[in-house]
Ligand binder design. Structure first.
Ligand code: Z15
Length: 801
């Protein structure tokens, strides 16, 4: 099908005509997209089948990555690249007069995630397959992914997302692998052969139907599986009102919760979590059963990883299965379960830690609740033996306390490995957030610094840079990203640095075209592109960035001799629909953007752009065009960050706090190749203990701050009088939890250092080069190899294939 251009074109034309029922000449771009997608999926299927067979016959240990989010983005070009057929398709399309880029635009992003956590899961799938590792994803097939963002009069408006509107060519429905998940009802126990047996009676059942997607490894014949579960009515419902039952059932996989890092406590969310976990465990056991009779050695053949606490019910669910359905005793079931499960923590923010009220948990999942109670009872007994009389400590560590189930505690107790996502984050977990658990389980804690797939975030999204690199150091870096380090040889090669700058310039031009087409705003591609793209959160401090821009505005207005290299500030951010403060910040960015861009004096030096609907496909255009990467979270708050790595890999220089993975970027590139500022994590944690700092004093004593903050509330923006009052109050009246005013001066200083540094172009591109050269470490291939060796203990099968 893909062996020559001629053969491909013939097959493609036939396929378009058969599928669309139109002549090729009359076919639409969508017909062509559908035909190509089907051809590519079929092509991948051959390796999909052989990979599965190979796993089955060799009996190699499998890992299942359970995640409530997978932020995949588009798959067409990614699959073409990984299958090694993008050349044939691209050339043939050119010969047919079709633009592959235009065809790609027809694919909706699969946006089954909010941000970092979901995108990490997607990068991990790519690395697992590309390393030939037997690792699969398990998730939910949300009918509606993350909402689409529109900006209307500067405000965020959310529209429902419809990625399945035209179907999804990559998925395969597997009705014969459907399983039934029970909710509600109650538990009865009987004695059978001297053993207590539990029966779940009057349960309401939901059918979980898997939709499988192939996860194609990079040119290595490995095709793993992402299994997404769809909620459907069961064939024999016991429910009075059938329509209501159907509606309620389907609602389980209807929407992705759009709230990043804030626990909402909605019953539907708990239903989603158990639905994912129970369906996944049932199907994992079922495929294990094709090779093994007894579950006694389950943990030697299967590893189950839970991405944050959202799938933590995998622990009681696996116990339930072993005890209730397989007849194991508690101790044996407990040993198998804890040896199977490992857990990643992604945050230390207390508002993100999941806790479920018993009054919600118990009626919905009566059997699982009994098991969690038993886990808690045994754990508290052990603590009592170790710390006799220390009831305060035991209460603090209990899984159930204050009428709530603490999901992180369940994960810590019921798994054999707990990892943080960057060195500093893991240290904070051990020393500050979970010291009591670290004392009891010191060997469970470990670090796995996050990574990103360099195939999507460099090879696919920045082809010009990828070619430039390959011309210099060969394309070995694609299989071995640490080879990017060979670029260090080119630090003093001014011709190479010149070429590097030209690639950046072309990427900036392309982004400008996209922006101008959408907004009508003309931008200067020779200006410094200074970019902050990520979810909107107070701790990520987009506000600090805007306050600095307002300050620059004031400088330009006050001092006619003030001059800087023109700078374009670009933002992209979705706010959770219920997050009032975040939405105000979006409005402020848009208001400042208007004021700046419409002022002919100011817009000579600075422009501000808010890009609507930030998402994976847009991100792929943004990172290649960035000069400055804004990573300005309050130190200690950002567990890792992964956007920081995408910028770095595309040659942008980080301007950041010593937080999350920024610290490790700093260690690798060295002081000269990164701009750091602000309080350290230790400073922040120390100040927090002392009750914060006096924000009001900064307002009173720093006239730059006073001027900018006053402009929020004095009618300067001719918005409604109280439009930005909440922002003003969050800083001054509520004493600025995120140290924005405290770090302001330091941020202004480092921004002016960036301006100075850019004047020396040769030095700038050298910094850029060093960043690219040192970015190989942040490939998710490195991260996944560490998980494979140190947590999952799985091996590559690529030598076998
Ligand atoms: C999320 O995207 C992250 C943490 C969370 O607790 C939730 Cl619920 C969502 C992010 C972290 O904020 C970010 O620092 C990290 O890089 C990312 O997870 C992946 O680990």
């Amino acid at each position: 099908m893909f062996s020559s251009n001629e053969q491909f074109k013939q097959e493609f034309i036939d396929r378009v005509e058969r599928m669309s029922g139109k002549s090729f000449a009359d076919s639409s771009e969508r017909d062509q997209y559908q035909a190509l997608g089907n051809m590519v999926r079929e092509f991948a299927s051959q390796n999909w089948i052989s990979t599965n067979e190979q796993y089955r016959y060799s009996g190699t240990k499998q890992v299942y990555y359970l995640s409530i989010e997978f932020l995949l983005g588009r798959l067409l070009k990614h699959n073409l690249l990984n299958l090694g057929i993008e050349k044939i398709v691209e050339e043939s399309f050119t010969e047919l007069g079709i633009s592959l880029d235009a065809i790609e635009e027809l694919e909706a992003d699969a946006a089954l995630g909010n941000g970092g956590l979901g995108r990490l899961a997607a990068c991990f799938l790519d690395s697992l397959a590309s390393l030939g590792l037997p690792g699969h994803g398990c998730g939910i097939r949300y009918k509606h992914g993350l909402f689409e963002q529109k900006i209307v009069n500067g405000y965020q408006v959310e529209l429902p997302e419809h990625w399945l509107r035209n179907g999804h060519v990559w998925e395969v429905r597997k009705l014969d692998h459907a399983v039934e998940i029970p909710f509600w009802g109650h538990i009865e126990s009987t004695m059978e052969n001297g053993r207590l047996v539990f029966h779940h009676v009057n349960a309401e059942r939901i059918t979980a139907v898997p939709y499988d997607m192939p996860v194609v490894g990079y040119k290595n014949k490995t095709v793993n599986t992402l299994r997404l579960w769809n909620a459907e009515p069961s064939a024999y419902p016991i429910h009075k009102d059938i329509l209501k039952y159907k509606r309620e059932t389907e609602s389980v996989s209807e929407f992705l919760y759009p709230d990043d890092t804030h626990d909402e406590g909605k019953i539907l969310r708990l239903k989603q979590q158990y639905f994912l976990v129970s369906a996944s465990i049932r199907s994992i056991v079922r495929s294990y059963r094709k090779q093994h009779i007894s579950l006694q050695h389950f943990h030697e053949h299967v590893s189950i990883h839970i991405n944050d606490t959202h799938p933590v019910l995998a622990i009681p669910e696996l116990l339930r299965f072993l005890i209730d359905e397989e007849g194991y005793g508690w101790d044996e079931a407990w040993e198998i379960t804890t040896k199977t499960i490992s857990y990643t923590n992604h945050t230390t923010l207390s508002e993100a830690l999941e806790r479920w009220p018993i009054r919600i948990f118990q009626p919905l999942l009566p059997r699982i609740y009994l098991i969690v109670e038993e886990i808690n009872r045994r754990f508290c007994n052990e603590l009592w033996e170790r710390y006799p009389g220390d009831w305060k400590r035991i209460e603090n560590m209990a899984i159930i306390a204050n009428e709530e189930v603490k999901m992180a505690h369940l994960a810590l107790v019921g798994s054999h490995s707990v990892n943080g996502v960057a060195q500093i984050h893991t240290e904070i977990l051990k020393q500050r957030e979970m010291p009591l658990f670290y004392e009891v389980f010191p060997n469970k804690f470990n670090n796995k610094t996050n990574g990103i797939t360099h195939r999507r975030w460099l090879l696919k999204s920045n082809p010009q840079l990828a070619s430039l690199i390959s011309e210099a150091i060969s394309d070995e870096w694609i299989a071995k990203p640490e080879k990017l380090e060979l670029l260090m040889e080119y630090q003093d090669d001014s011709l190479f640095l010149e070429q590097l700058s030209k690639v950046k310039e072309r990427n900036k031009h392309k982004l400008v075209e996209t922006i101008t087409a959408k907004t009508g705003i003309a931008l200067d591609p020779t200006s410094i592109f200074d970019i902050q793209v990520k979810r909107l959160h107070a701790y990520k401090r987009q506000l600090l960035n805007v306050l600095h821009i307002m300050h620059l505005y004031n400088r330009i207005k006050e001092d006619s001799s003030f001059s800087i290299t023109p700078r374009t500030f670009i933002f992209g951010a979705k706010a959770s629909p219920g997050y009032y403060f975040a939405k105000k910040v979006i409005k402020l960015i848009n208001t400042v953007a208007k004021k700046v861009n419409e002022d002919s004096e100011v817009s000579k030096y600075i422009r501000v752009i808010f890009l609507e609907n930030y998402r994976v496909s847009l991100a792929e255009e943004i990172f290649p065009a960035a000069d400055v990467s804004e990573q300005i979270s309050t130190a200690s708050k950002e567990a890792s960050g992964t956007g920081n790595m995408k910028f770095m890999m595309n040659g942008a220089i980080t301007l950041g706090t010593m937080d999350g993975a920024n610290v490790e970027i700093f260690e690798r590139v060295g002081n000269e190749n990164i701009f750091t500022f602000g309080l350290s994590a230790d400073d922040v944690l120390r100040l927090q203990k002392q009750g914060g700092y006096r924000a009001m004093e900064y307002y009173q004593h720093d006239r730059r701050i006073r001027k900018v903050l006053d402009q929020l509330v004095n009618g300067f923006f001719s918005e409604e009088q109280n439009e930005f009052e909440a922002i003003f109050d969050s800083l001054v009246a509520h004493n600025d939890q995120y140290f924005v005013l405290r770090d302001f001066s330091s941020y202004v200083d480092v921004q002016s250092k960036v301006n100075e540094a850019y004047r020396n172009q040769n030095e700038w591109w050298k910094k850029s080069l060093v960043n690219i050269a040192k970015s190989g470490h942040f490939s998710s291939d490195r991260t996944i190899q560490q998980y494979a060796n140190e947590i999952w203990r799985i091996r590559s099968n690529s030598n076998v294939l």
